[in-house]
Design a protein around this ligand. Sequence first.
Ligand code: 13P
Length: 251
Amino acid sequence: MRKNIVAGNWKMNTTVAEGVALAKEVNEALAGAAPKCDVVVCVPFTHLCPVAAAIDQTRLGLGAENCADHKSGAYTGEVSAPMVASTGATYVILGHSERRQYYGETSETLREKVALALENGLTPIFCIGEVLEERENGTFNEVVRKQVEEGLFNLSAEDFGKIVLAYEPVWAIGTGKTATPEQAEDMHAWIRSVIAGKYGNEVAENTSILYGGSCKPGNAAELFAKPDIDGGLIGGAALKCADFMGIVNAF
Ligand code: 13P
């Protein structure tokens, strides 16, 4: 059975002190909540160690927002998968559209990152999604199929089973314009069929596919009610404990 997951992506927000306070607040809110999903916060690299020390990871999972495409060496400014794992984090967001768009990440570099994340026991939250032009010109299914195939289909079925996918239509990120539950469900079902074509039905049925893009307490329940939507990857609304918990409690 696949897991339901609500994961926050804090992006480049909060100081260390603010981030630790937010993580503690979420951790405490979860203690009394009995959520019907796994809950994760993905935080800036600088925040990983202090947040790891401040939360109970049996209740609130911790992840990074990226990792390097090399294991170690002369790559000034980069943070490797073994470094992320050594903080106690167990998740890593890979291939976010902001990384693809602003930092030139390609399927080729992402394959390296995914391999290193898996080698170091991290669960990749692998992001895919089309831009507005591709939504409007009708190529969105093919664009997303290609992202999944090129980024992940080199994996064995066993390794693919460790991946969490996040469908994030780029036109819905930070714009207040959410995909309709029907648009999101159609895409999630398509992604699952693409996975089934490569790895078979069982692997496809066991893959968690999260939705991301202007997901909020007010629209999470109708998105999560769809059969192929297994949770959310949350940007802006993850920065306020009450909003994030509102989404967690939508399950
Ligand atoms: P918003 O929830 O702010 O639209 O961001 C979504 C996102 O990019 C999560 O990774």
